[in-house]
Design a protein. Structure first.
Length: 496
């Protein structure tokens, strides 16, 4: 039998789900489930005569697709997860119309047994009950959750369970464009993130904040949310004045819910607007005040280029203003070794610095993100002031002396897990290696339900296999990856 605590959690979940069903059946927007950020508004859809009504997603399926969905669900290891979507075919208009709409049904209760939990601190073997997008219960007695009505069970057999990664620097719309319109990087699909354990992304614009602007950024963030990923963003981009929706940084952060800061504002880079100290302070004050008004991060996420001025502007901003150090977050601080030394000094003054997980050659004047983390910790600096991001979807160009691109690479979401594997191989304990990808990011960005495994936290979880790859990924209580296989994709992703 379930304990009183577990029964109470299930009753609360049942009430929440019934409220959502009532709202949907009456054409109202559903009440958001606990921990479910940006819950999708679902509306009543009339089934066409030629198909049948999909009660879960509110979309119309042809009879053939309905039979296909039934077959795939019968083979699926977790039957509450929808099958991979059908891809578009150029054969006819009727084929294209048969593509099911992306849906986000309520998260079915899920019991995780025998998880070796790192929250990020080690908690030992625990059992968890997930529901409504949150962690409803966690304890040592598996009997407490063996008979939860309607729940699916997943036995992890002692595998390591860690918080889902928060990638604090992602070009969700795609980056690039420095070498012409043909070099614009496409937007990344949903599984590009979840396949590598990323359950929350912070989207931003870079060099191109004109052809790609805030409207496209916001639309992309909402699209990722509709697919089950937690997605936030920064207004602006490399340049001043910042690209905004409302006409000001403060207005965007206050009135546009997904936007939590401004960036990536470029400094010490030939592609920047060459901001002055006064201009930087003005933008930083706008972000800071907006953060105070809303409880959002209110930070300035700063792109650092290869310029010799390095972090001089940020150092002067700290010395000549009343703004708290947490407002400034410089990224790419590991791109030059001298720049990294400057960043360490700023960390001593209270700034949270961000290393980028890009490839580094042995003879390159840079530190890999793994080496940067190890050097940071060896310096005895506060562990909470160091984060690591991927720059996924962003262009990683190499310029000649005249500012022309010689070659380019593209940031990869998988670099975060690779970096984790590197620091673990170097002997760093998992509980010390995790915070730069999880709790440190959540704390800086003021996302209290992210980055930790705790009662009431969002059910964003990552199961690591023995090779430190993503075996199972759960985002907002929904399984996106299971036993090394992606089971939830975006509507236009190819099916494996």
């Amino acid at each position: 039998m379930c304990s009183i605590a577990v029964r109470a959690a299930c009753e609360a979940l049942w009430i929440s789900l019934r409220e959502r069903e009532f709202c949907c059946s009456n054409n109202f927007a559903p009440l958001p489930l606990a921990g479910e950020v940006g819950a999708k508004r679902r509306v009543r859809v009339r089934a066409r005569a030629c198909g049948e009504f999909d009660a879960v997603g509110g979309s119309t399926l042809t009879p053939a697709l309905s039979r296909q969905r039934e077959r795939e669900n019968s083979l699926h290891p977790l039957s509450h997860e929808p099958p991979a979507p059908v891809t578009l075919s150029p054969r006819s208009r009727s084929d294209a119309a048969a593509v099911p709409l992306p849906t986000l049904p309520p998260a079915t209760p899920l019991v995780l047994l025998n998880a070796r939990v790192f929250a990020p601190e080690p908690l030992g073997v625990r059992h968890l009950l997930l529901g409504g997008g949150s962690i409803l219960w966690m304890g040592e007695d598996a009997e407490e959750v063996r008979h939860v009505p309607g729940a699916k069970t997943l036995d992890l057999h002692g595998a390591r369970l860690v918080p889902g990664f928060i990638d604090g620097h992602v070009h969700v719309t795609g980056g690039g464009g420095e070498a012409g319109f043909s070099t614009r990087v496409p937007a990344l699909p949903l599984s590009n993130y979840t396949a590598h354990g990323i359950t929350t992304v912070i989207g931003l614009l870079g060099t191109d904040d004109v052809a790609r602007g805030p409207r496209e950024l916001i639309a992309t963030l909402y699209g990722l949310r509709e697919l089950g990923l937690s997605a936030y963003g920064h207004c602006g981009g490399y340049h001043l004045p910042p690209a905004t929706l409302t006409g000001s940084v403060r207005g965007d952060i206050v009135f546009v819910e997904p936007l939590i800061g401004v960036g990536e504002l470029a400094v010490s880079d030939h592609r920047s607007s060459q901001p002055t100290l006064d201009e930087l302070l003005r933008v930083a004050s706008e972000a800071h005040v907006a953060g105070l008004m809303t409880g959002k991060a209110g930070i300035v996420h700063l792109h650092l280029g290869d310029g010799e001025r390095g972090l001089e502007l940020v150092s002067r901003a700290l010395a000549q203003s009343e703004l708290p150090p947490r407002v400034f977050q410089p990224t790419h601080v590991n791109r030059r070794r001298a720049l990294f030394d400057e960043a360490l000094e700023l960390a001593r003054r209270g700034v949270t610095i961000d290393a980028t997980a890009f490839p580094v050659a042995e003879d390159e004047d840079a530190w890999s993100a793994a080496t940067a983390l190890l050097r940071y910790l060896d310096a005895g600096l506060p562990a909470k002031r160091f984060t690591i991001s991927s720059d996924a979807g962003g262009c990683l160009p190499c310029f000649d002396a005249h500012g022309h691109i010689e070659h380019m690479d593209v940031g990869d979401s998988g670099a975060l897990l690779e970096t984790l594997g590197d620091v673990l191989a170097a002997g760093l304990p998992l509980e010390r290696a995790l915070p730069p990808f999880t709790s440190n990011v959540a704390d800086l960005l003021r996302l209290p339900n992210k980055g930790r495994i705790a009662l009431g936290a969002d059910a964003d979880l990552l199961v690591l296999d023995d090779a430190n790859h993503a075996a199972t990924v759960i985002a907002q209580g929904r399984v996106h990856r299971h036993e090394g296989r992606t089971v939830r994709r975006g509507p236009f992703e190819p099916v494996e």
